[in-house]
Design a protein around this ligand. Structure first.
Ligand code: NAD
Length: 259
């Protein structure tokens, strides 16, 4: 069986800086021989992503596109540009989420309508919009993955509206897996354990969440971007060719513990 991703092209959405989980995914895919294309939320992130891409061998040639996922036109245009520039893609990593900081503390009960819609728009609906725009480029079939969190399955303190958005993302992933399976496109999610990133900083008491993992997770430690990246490699490769509609927990086993 061929484990290499050589000759394949993957779109990685959501690198903000070197701590981003998307960057861990990019490095694993690159190591496996993949050609990478990046999309960023705005011009603000473009230089840092170009600088990061240049640290990869041959990465100076990586294409970087601006794509704000709240804008349908921007999504369509981005994938049209990718099609023009590279033709076929073999997969896509959706590593995007956002909620207003104010919503990620105290009670979920106080979630505002705007805060609810923003979190769902960026963190959940975007997967569907992006999958729709990407699938015409996936003529050889392929793999789409998104990043989710335990807070979509269980109540996690302070995760609040983001947890509800992750539940919606998880369900969207399954519906998309069903729609796209007939085109040989698989859709899965990785449920990552807590990792210190720009987005994670917005969640109240994040340090406490991490220390609970270190104390109670079966592996007694937090996971790394690299570990999530290697599971992404599995999901992008033929090793996972029979897997779709699945949530794979990369969380030191924390999701199995109930004490
Ligand atoms: P991050 O801040 O590095 O990445 C979030 C990305 O979302 C950023 O690149 C940001 O620019 C992008 N984004 C936000 N709004 C956008 C928009 N309108 N258009 C396009 N892009 C937009 O943080 P991260 O922790 O690497 O987050 C990546 C994913 O991993 C998210 O879905 C997050 O919920 C998920 N996740 C994170 C953790 C964790 O503990 N860090 C755990 C489980 C799941």
């Amino acid at each position: 069986m061929n484990f290499s991703l050589e000759g394949r092209t993957y779109v990685v959405m959501g690198v903000a800086n070197k701590r981003s989980i998307a960057w861990g995914i990019a490095r694993s895919l690159h190591e496996a021989g993949a050609r990478l294309i990046f999309t960023v939320a705005s011009e603000r992130f473009e230089k840092s992503v170009r600088d990061l891409a240049e640290t990869l061998e041959g990465g100076e040639e990586s294409l970087v596109y601006e794509c704000d996922v709240t804008n349908d036109e921007a999504i369509i245009q981005t994938f049209e540009n990718i099609q023009k520039d590279v033709g076929v893609i073999h997969g896509l990593a959706h590593c995007i989420a956002f909620a207003n900081r104010d919503e990620l503390k105290d009670e979920f009960l106080n979630t505002s309508r705007d805060g609810f819609l923003t979190a769902h728009n960026i963190s959940s609906y975007s997967l569907t919009a992006v999958a729709r725009a990407a699938q015409p480029l996936m003529t050889d079939g392929g793999s789409i993955l998104t990043l989710t969190y335990l807070g979509g399955e269980q109540v996690v303190k302070n995760y609040n509206v983001m947890g509800v958005a992750k539940a919606s993302l998880d369900a969207s992933m399954k519906y998309l897996a069903n729609d796209l399976g007939k085109r040989n496109i698989r859709v899965n999610a990785i449920s990552a354990g807590p990792i210190r990133t720009l987005s994670a900083k917005g969640v109240g008491d994040f340090n406490q969440i991490l220390s609970v993992i270190e104390e109670r997770a079966p592996l007694r430690r937090a996971v790394t971007q690299e570990e999530v990246g290697d599971t992404a490699y599995y999901l992008m490769s033929d090793l996972s060719r029979g897997v779709t509609g699945e949530i794979i927990h990369v969380d030191s086993g924390f999701n199995i513990v109930s004490y």
